[in-house]
Structures are given as C-alpha cells and as structure tokens.
Design a protein around this ligand. Structure first.
Ligand code: UD1
Length: 432
C-alpha cells in the first residue's frame, strides 16, 4: 500500500524512545529457523513489512509461525512442504536469498528466484554461490531461479573476497549440517551475523568465532534444541534516532540499545559536535553547538555502516562547512542527494563521493524515498526544514522501521502518515 509522510519542521526532538529488534538479525534468524527441528520462540521481532514477507515465505515452505504478542512469535518446522520459494512471494524482499543455505542444508535442494538489482546497486550473489559450491552443492540458474542441490554437504575452507553479510550468513547456516568442519575466512563481522550464530548455537549448532573474520563451524547431525531467543536491538534504528535528535537540536534518550554496536556512528557524531553519553543500554544524544563538517567512508563493520549514510548526509546538509561522504559498499546509494537538493541542500556527487556543502536552512518540499534509509533521511531533513515536507514512497520506510511515526511523534515531531490510493511506485507501476 503506497504511503506518504508529511512532516513539519522546526521542533527539537525531546524525550525518550525505545528501539525495536534488529530487522536484519530477525530476517536472518527467521530463515535460520528452517533448520530447527523443534518449536522455538523468538522475542524482540519487529513486526514490519520485511519481516511479514519473510514469514510468508517460510510459511509457504512449511513453517508454522504464530505471533504470541506484539513482538514475539513461535516457529515450528516439523517438515518442509516445498523446496521452492515462488517468485511472487520473495520478489518483495532481497533478504529471501537467506533461504538458500538453510533449505539446502535441511532438504538437499532449494530453488529461489534470482534477486534482481535494486535501487542501491547491482548486488550480485557470486560469493553465496562460491561458498555453497565449496560445501559440495551444485548451483545453477534456471529460468530465473537459483537451483542448489546436494545430497550431502561437506565442510570446506572458504575465503570470501569481500566480507558479505548475506554470504557469511548463508554459508554459516548451510555448514551447520555439513559433515566435518567449515572455515569462513574474511567473514562479515556485523552484530547481526553474531546474533544469527548465537541463535544457531542455541538450537544445537557448533559455531565459533562469529564476530571475528574467521568463523569455524563444526557440522552436527541435527539442530533439535527448543529455545527461547531474543533478537538484538536494531542499531540502525537507534542510529536514525540519534541523527534525528542531533539534526533538530534536541535531547533524546534512546533506550534498549547495545551502545558498542553503534560506536562508529557515535564517534562521527562527536566529531560533528554532538554530545553522546553512553550508558549500559541507553544513549543520550544532545546538540548544544553548531554542526561541524566531517569526512566519512562507509565500510564493513566495525566501519561506518552504509545503512546510516543517507541519514548522516541529511544531517551534514546543515553543517557549517563542507563534508565528504564516500560510499564503499554500494555503487548507487546517493539517490537521496537529488531529493535533498529539492529541499535546498547543496550536494555534488562525484563517483563514489558525495560532497555536501552545508547551508543555513533547508526548506520543505515534495520528495520521494528511493529506498528505506533514503526515506528515513528525508524525514530527518523534513524535521529540520522550514514549513512542510511530503515524503512519498513512505511504505519503503515502514519496511524497516517499526512505528516510525508514533516514535517520532512521541519525541515531539509534527508528523503524519497517509495511505495514498492509486499512487505509482518508484518503477512507475500502479500500486494497489
Ligand atoms: C546486508 C543488509 C543490508 C546492508 C548490507 C551491508 C540484510 C538483510 N541486509 O545486505 O541492510 O546494507 O548487509 O552492510 O542483512 N556482494 C557481492 N557478491 C556477493 C554478495 C555481496 O559482490 O555474493 C557485494 C554487494 O553487491 C554489496 C556488498 O557486497 O556491494 C555488500 O553486500 P552484503 O554484505 O552481502 O549485503 P547484504 O547481505 O545483501
């Protein structure tokens, strides 16, 4: 359903906000749940549209998923009914490629539609294929589907040319049921990878070293332990509120976070001149002075997260000087620049770099979210702009942020979400 957010700028955000469970950890763990032979309970699952889509996909494959309360659900997969995820179900969500590893490991075969490119880049899957092939799978592409099969998987030593989050997760899930030991070298170190490993260990896997660049997995025969597992807090949601607080000159306490996971952003915000005080599971963000320009390069964790790049660009549009933001993960993630320009921002994109020259004030405009984080960035820009900003394509924001409007309104923002009938989506297709 197409949505738009209307925000009126000029109110400093004040108060406290609690972050939800991490979208990217929840998506991976829901795919990993396919490996569990016993019923499990998952807590701190954000009920957002990406999560609903992955639940539809695993339900189609044979999982029984029951919401128990607002953010907790149970999953049981006594047997898989299908090894093929249909295009209609998974096209909405790139993360459905995380079904490859677990379905292959559990059934010896899997078919999922080859994901297309997306608004932020081409996003190939060569490293996923390299890893699964090394474990003994035959991987082919047929009629738009990835088809992986292997009567048995065998442990292997796999070096990733790039520490891909998805490839690390897929290989780790497949290797849990492989015969013998697997080593993933140059593995992704993102907290969501660690959370998935902790969940898998909870159901009986033997994974060591998650969070470092070498992950060792000793294959086991089955993953049959019942558990009750709580997903980590969403560091990107927390980061988005930190930036919104800083941008509006407010004072916000962000609760239920793991401050260490947000350290790369905290360090940059301090450089920009924002006060960030870390507690055990809270962060207090306050802006007391002019924003200074900074240079930022996005990198795999523990570097600066690409998923915070757009929001920080929105902040830097009103810094007192020129900042340079280099995007090293995706080749096409500066589309937010042209929307921010419509609000009066001065941003020049040169290849992988965005040069942001601070201006004294943004002004409200009609803009369009090109992806989830760009959408959040435009709302932040709207919070500091003069007059009214209309962010179209806001359904993309709700893919990843639970109760976005409610949480911002709770901090004093003047913000409303509307459903738009007959709107066209970014690709120009009529939306229902
Ligand atoms: C995950 C996150 C996403 C985040 C990204 C980087 C989920 C559901 N999504 O995406 O929010 O922006 O990590 O932190 O967890 N690549 C290849 N070949 C491959 C795989 C990846 O070239 O086989 C490239 C991609 O095109 C991209 C880069 O590696 O340029 C990073 O991708 P990856 O770490 O795999 O991101 P995702 O797991 O897709």
């Amino acid at each position: 359903m197409a949505q738009k957010i209307i925000v009126r700028g000029g109110r400093p955000l004040k108060g406290r906000v609690r972050v939800s469970g991490a979208k990217n950890a929840a998506l991976a763990i829901l795919c990993g749940a396919i490996l569990a032979e016993e019923s499990i309970v998952l807590d701190n699952i954000p009920n957002i549209s990406d999560v609903q889509h992955i639940i539809q996909a695993i339900t189609y494959l044979g999982a029984r998923v029951v919401w128990r309360k607002d953010d907790a659900l149970s999953v049981s997969v006594s047997a898989l009914k299908s090894r093929k995820a249909p295009y209609e179900l998974v096209k909405k969500l790139r993360a459905s490629n995380l079904l490859l590893g677990p379905v292959l490991a559990r059934c010896g075969e899997v078919r999922i539609p080859l994901p297309g490119g997306c608004n932020i880049g081409i996003r190939p899957m060569d490293l996923h294929f390299k890893g699964l092939s090394a474990l003994g799978a035959q991987v082919t592409i047929e009629r738009g589907y990835i088809w992986a099969r292997a009567p048995r998987l065998y442990g292997a030593q796999i070096y990733l040319d790039f520490p891909s989050v998805g490839a690390t997760e897929n290989i780790m899930m497949a290797a849990c049921l492989a015969e013998g030991q697997t080593l993933i070298e140059n593995a992704a170190k993102e907290p969501e990878v660690v959370d998935l490993a902790n969940f898998l260990n909870g159901i009986g896997a033997r994974i060591f070293g998650a969070g470092t660049d070498v992950i060792r997995i000793e294959g086991v025969k089955e993953l049959g332990r019942r558990i009750h597992y709580s997903v980590i807090p969403d560091r990107i949601e927390a980061g988005t509120f930190m930036v919104a607080a800083a941008a509006t000159g407010g004072k916000v306490k962000i609760e239920g976070v793991i401050p260490r996971h947000i350290q790369p952003l905290t360090a940059k915000l301090r450089e920009i001149g924002v006060e960030v005080v870390e507690g055990e599971d809270v962060l207090c963000v306050k802006r007391t002075q002019e924003l200074r320009p900074v240079n930022i390069k996005t990198m795999p964790y523990p570097g600066f997260p690409t998923d915070m790049q757009s929001q920080v660009i929105a902040l830097l549009t009103v810094a007192s000087g020129t900042s340079v933001v280099v995007e090293n993960i995706y080749e096409n993630r500066f589309q937010v620049a042209q929307e921010l320009r419509r609000m009066g921002a001065k941003i020049k994109v040169e290849g992988r770099a965005a040069i942001v020259e601070g201006v004294p004030q943004l002004c409200g405009a009609q803009v369009r979210a090109t992806d989830l984080r760009a959408g959040a960035a435009l709302v932040i820009a709207g919070l500091i702009a003069e007059e009214e900003t209309e962010v179209n394509g806001a359904e993309l924001i709700y893919r990843g942020y639970k109760d976005f409007e409610r949480k911002l309104a709770g901090l004093g923002a003047d913000i409303r979400t509307f459903t738009v009938a007959g709107e066209k989506d970014v690709a120009g297709k009529e939306k229902k």
